[in-house]
Design a protein around this ligand. Structure first.
Ligand code: BES
Ligand code: MN
Ligand code: ZN
Length: 524
């Protein structure tokens, strides 16, 4: 089910022109305006720093040759050129970085996407070196981290379920070298180690999301997370259907009762050295292994993508493995509620009133709003255990995709914490936008019979994404700063591969969660 293959990564500080690799990747910038117009075809293209010795080996003709081959330097563009003995590597690969940056190097996300695009395009080449522009004067850690992550994620491929080998499919790059000014630098080495840890977590969460929903159901998903977590030295507690019923987890039980494969709640605990900085963080992720909609069944078109409705739990579980390896000085607990939302004779139904873990009663109006039912319980449990911060992430609403598109997550919760998610998301290349929790949306969810309706009482779709946030707020205690990150769009990529994203699970928001935990460990 998971891909055993990994990508090896190391640093080099020798001349890129003399590296014994199958391909050497350089960056090219697009050049517009007068500069470009005055110097002919090659004038539209500018070699990025890092490519100097390669350019010298081509006697000053490299830019012109690349331009002849159609290179424009546009972001994501990949042009390959046989070197015919000019440098040691048989192939030079120019990856587009867009316009030349005003600062020392392109933005980290530009580098991350370029490294990913180049490594994807070079599938079939066993060993590749990246000579991309990194700032040499200032601290280059953010840029190096980005290049390393982009390369490792561009080398990801889901092994899938094909019974026969695919002779036409080229193997992903197995070994990547990154050219840096000083390969022995301790800070640079630490970035490589961190990138390997984080990228393995992203790759694992992609594997879980890409797994077929008949293979990954709540019991097997719980087993997979629990065994990986035990191996990583985390504390593990798994509640089965009996324990969930006995514990009063009404929402998880209700959603899970329609399926033959019973629900689970997995709790993972990371305990820092000493008592860390005294702060506690809780992570919660939606683990619907398949969302048919239940009795309020979804249309057939595209329903298969609902195998990705456990992307939040996958990201949280994988992020915990990275946290176990990175050892930040803060206590972290993770809660992964898992259920399969199916229509059957035992399903929960519209009109049902469910008593949740915190005692609140919810009137069900649409069984397809199942995520908030399992999350409400898990978030209330996290608050009951005690925490200072609660980050919850879920493929919660189609409204997120309508409002913010396929790349930008929506964030709702305590305003300061939402802003922190935005800042961290921007810094890791997983953008997220703070959204409000308006009073009128809460008013629309007043139930005639229970404490709250699960959705707008008239099933009005106004403020669709916000209804999810407003509902979840009911399950967080006042002393806890919280943020709900709706990843319905960015967690799954249905288009053609781009940058370091392949088709399918993206691993969003693993990198945000890891960075948030590190941020709380450092800054409280
Ligand atoms: N898992 C879906 C949300 C979703 C939609 C995720 C598209 C990824 C892509 C969620 O459980 C759902 O069905 N939401 C409903 C909520 C409605 C019934 C209140 C929706 O978005 O329509
Ligand atoms: Mn649903
Ligand atoms: Zn769902």
């Amino acid at each position: 089910m998971t891909s055993p293959r990994t990508t090896n990564l190391s640093l080099v500080d020798t001349d890129p022109a003399e590296l014994a690799v199958d391909a050497i990747v350089i960056g090219v910038h697009s050049q517009t305006g007068e500069q470009g117009a005055t110097s002919g075809l090659a004038g539209t293209l500018l070699l990025a720093s890092g490519a100097e010795s390669i350019a010298a080996a081509f006697d000053g003709k490299l830019t012109e040759t690349l331009a002849l081959l159609g290179a424009t330097g546009g972001p994501g563009e990949v042009i390959k050129l046989a070197t015919l003995g000019t440098v040691t590597a048989p192939l030079v690969t120019a990856v587009g970085l867009g316009p030349e940056p005003s600062g020392a190097a392109p933005a980290p996300e530009t580098l991350r996407r370029a490294a990913g695009a180049a490594i994807r395009a070079l599938a079939g080449a066993p060993k590749v070196a990246l000579a991309l522009p990194l700032p040499d004067d200032a601290d280059a850690s953010a840029e190096l981290r980005a290049v390393a992550e982009g390369a490792l994620l561009g080398g990801y491929r889901f092994t899938g379920y094909k019974t026969r080998p695919q002779p036409t499919r080229r193997e992903p790059v197995a070994e990547v070298l990154i050219a840096v000014p000083d390969a022995g630098d301790a800070g640079a080495q630490a970035e490589v180690v961190r990138a390997q840890v984080v990228a393995s977590a992203v790759r694992l969460s992609r594997d879980w999301v890409n797994s077929a929903p008949n293979e990954l159901r709540p019991p097997s998903f719980a087993d997979a997370v629990a065994s990986a977590a035990r191996e990583a030295g985390l504390g593990v507690e798994v509640l089965d259907e009996a324990a969930l019923a006995a514990g009063g987890y009404g929402g998880i039980v209700a959603v899970g009762q329609g399926s033959e494969a019973p629900p689970r709640l997995v709790k993972l605990t990371y305990t820092p050295q000493g008592s860390g900085n005294g702060k506690r963080v809780a992570l919660v992720g939606k683990g619907i292994t398949f969302d048919t909609g239940g009795i309020s069944i979804k249309p057939a078109q595209g329903m298969w993508e609902m195998k990705s409705d456990m992307a939040g739990a996958a990201a949280v579980g994988a992020a915990m493995l990275a946290i176990a390896a990175l050892k930040p000085s803060v206590a972290v607990s993770a809660y992964l509620p898992m259920a399969e939302n199916m229509p059957s004779g035992t399903s929960y139904r519209p009109g049902d009133v469910i008593t949740m873990f915190n005692g609140k009663r919810v009137e069900v109006l649409n069984t397809d709003a199942e995520g908030r039912m399992i999350l409400g319980d898990a978030m209330a449990r996290a608050c009951a255990d005690g925490t200072d911060y609660l980050f919850e992430t879920s493929t919660l609403t189609g409204g997120q995709v309508i409002s913010l598109g396929k790349r930008m997550a929506g964030v709702m919760g305590t305003p300061e914490l939402c802003d922190r998610v935005k800042v961290v998301g921007d810094s890791v290349g997983e953008p997220a936008w703070p959204m409000p929790l308006p009073d009128d949306v809460r008013k629309g969810m007043e139930s005639d019979v229970a404490d709250i309706s699960q959705v707008n009482a008239g099933m009005d779709r106004a403020g669709h994404m916000l209804q999810g946030g407003v509902f979840l707020r009911e399950f967080v205690t006042d002393d806890v700063a919280w943020a709900h990150i709706d990843i319905a769009g960015p967690s799954y990529h249905s288009g053609e591969p781009t940058g370091y994203w392949t088709k399918g699970g993206t691993g969003v928001p693993v990198r945000t969660l890891v960075q948030l935990v590190e941020d709380v460990a450092t800054n409280g």
